[in-house]
Design a protein around this ligand. Sequence first.
Ligand SMILES: C[S@@+](CC[C@H](N)C(=O)[O-])C[C@H]1O[C@@H](n2cnc3c(N)ncnc32)[C@H](O)[C@@H]1O
Length: 206
Amino acid sequence: MAKPHSLGETLSFFGRWVRNPFLIGAVAPSSAGLARGMSKPVDPAAPGWVIELGGGTGKMTQGALDRGIDPARLLTIEKDPDLYRLLVDRFPDVTIVNGDATEVANIAAAHGASPVKSVISGLPLIGMPIDIRRAIVSGVFQILEPGGAFVQFTYTMVSPVHPTILDELNLTGEWVERIWWNLPPARVWVYRRRDEAASGAGGAAG
Ligand SMILES: C[S@@+](CC[C@H](N)C(=O)[O-])C[C@H]1O[C@@H](n2cnc3c(N)ncnc32)[C@H](O)[C@@H]1O
C-alpha cells in the first residue's frame, strides 16, 4: 500500500511548486486515493505496457505497482532532473526516463515499450498551452493499442483535454471518479477513441 506523505515530502514538493508552478502544477504530491483512482481503469492482467507521464515524487508510480502492474512493463517519463533521480532511486525495477511528455511516442519506441495498453498522466495538463496539450495527447494516441485508455486527473470541473483536441483526434472522455481526499480534490478522466468507446471495446477493469 502507498505510504502517506511525510511532512518533508510535502514541503519539498511545495518548494518545487513555488519555484516552477507551471511544471509542477500541484501544491502537494497526489494522495494515495488519487494514485489508486488513476490506476483503477488499467487492467493489470491484460498484456502490454503502461506509460506514466509526469512521475513526480512517485505516488502514482507506487499506485500502479500496488494495482499489480508489472514493473517490467511500466515506463515513467519525468522532466525535472531531480525528481527523475528520486524516481530512479525509488523504483529500480521500473523504466524511468528523464524526458518530455511531448516526446512520448519516441521515448516509448526507444525503450521498446510496445504495445501500450494504458497511459496514466500526472501532468498539469490543463495549465499547459494548447499546442503542448495537443502534442502530448496526439503522441499518446499514436502509441495506444486499440482499446487503450488515457487516464488524466484534474482539479477543475472541465475536461483537462480541451474539446477542440477531442474533436481533432476523434476522442471521447468521461470522468469516472471524484477524489475528495486529495489536496485539492480531484477528478479522474478516462479518454478513448470514439469508435472504440461506442463499440464498448476496452472497458475499465474493476
Ligand atoms: C502534479 S506533479 C506530479 C504528480 C505525481 N503524481 C506526484 O504525486 O508526485 C506533475 C509532474 O509532471 C512533471 N512534468 C511537467 N511537465 C512535464 C512534461 N512536459 N514532461 C514530463 N514531465 C512533466 C513535473 O515535473 C511534475 O513532476
